[in-house]
Design a protein around this ligand. Structure first.
Ligand SMILES: NC(=O)c1ccc[n+]([C@@H]2O[C@H](COP(=O)([O-])OP(=O)(O)OC[C@H]3O[C@@H](n4cnc5c(N)ncnc54)[C@H](O)[C@@H]3O)[C@@H](O)[C@H]2O)c1
Length: 266
């Protein structure tokens, strides 16, 4: 685990009210990091802050002023920001020909614009602070992409075109930001597969409604295709985030890494 010159690393996580974000916050807190949790949902943000006995900052990542406030309050509380995890995201199942511009804009607004605004606010702070240690970057940014941003495999791809496009854009944004911010800041994207969270439960429910398939079928079929033989847990994702935030990954930037039990091999 990284250790900044003035103490344990300071890590902020967006979308930390539940699911993968909450698990990431727990994992970093367990390692001794000073974690700031953030979410658009004020109640779940407060619950996460309460659980981890830390600072919670409600923020909508689509608003630049909220992203700046998240970074500002983190620095006020802990003096710097070592790791920003741009995790907040949304999902919607809707067939391609039924999608309208507002579905498209909302998806790209949260998943792409929100990631961009969070990354930009974090980078501005990181460039202005001393490095994490001698010869080390000034900060690290992790983006939550998805294997859905890589390939159209599986019938569900037909009903999440805007989600898939948003995650491909996150991967691309990470590459541009890595070039723009090197060598001061590393930027890497995580591509999870089939993670057991509310997001997937909602997908399964909506797939049932669209296809008339039995409840749970989409989930079970997808899990059956995972070479590692089980669904992914949020803790699996957290393990990769811990590695990317550590000194062991200081030479990695601009990468997007699949962590999906072998669903996608590249
Ligand atoms: N669950 C999966 O299988 C899976 C797979 C690959 C990638 N992902 C990605 O991982 C991330 C987390 O997913 P999850 O499964 O934990 O989802 P989730 O729906 O359980 O949690 C997402 C969190 O983001 C918050 N959020 C939504 N819009 C926001 C906004 N505008 N500003 C701030 N917070 C906002 C929600 O309130 C929620 O707490 C997402 O980016 C998702 O696309 C998930």
């Amino acid at each position: 685990m990284t250790q900044a010159a003035n103490g344990w690393p300071v890590v902020a996580v967006t979308g930390a009210g539940q699911g993968i974000g909450r698990a990431l916050a727990r994992a970093f807190a367990r390692q001794g990091a000073r974690v700031v949790v953030s979410d658009i949902d004020a109640a779940s943000c407060a619950a996460a802050a309460d659980e981890l006995q830390t600072l919670g900052v409600p923020a909508d990542v689509t608003r630049a002023e909220d992203c700046a406030a998240l970074v500002g309050r983190t620095v006020e509380a802990f003096g710097r920001l070592d790791v920003m995890i741009c995790n907040a995201g949304i999902m919607q199942l809707k067939p391609l020909l039924e999608l309208d511009a507002s579905d498209w804009d909302r998806m790209l607004g949260v998943n792409v614009t929100g990631t961009f605004l969070t990354l930009q606010a974090a980078a501005r702070q990181m460039l202005a602070q001393p490095p994490l240690g001698e010869g080390r970057p000034r900060g690290k940014i992790l983006l939550m992409a998805s294997i859905a941003g890589r390939s159209g495999a599986g019938p569900i791809a037909a009903v999440i075109p805007h989600y898939r496009a948003s995650k491909a854009a996150v991967i691309s944004l990470g590459q541009s930001a890595a070039v723009a911010l090197a060598p001061q800041i590393t930027v890497n994207a995580i591509c999870p597969g089939l993670v057991e969270t509310d997001m997937w439960q909602r997908m399964d429910r909506d797939w049932t409604a669209l296809q008339g398939a039995p409840r749970g079928q989409a989930w079970q079929q997808r899990v059956a295709a995972v070479p590692m033989g089980r669904a992914q847990t949020p803790a699996d994702v957290a393990d990769l985030a811990l590695f990317l935030a550590s000194p062991a990954a200081d030479y990695m930037t601009g990468q997007s890494i699949n962590i999906d039990g072998g669903l996608m091999m590249s």
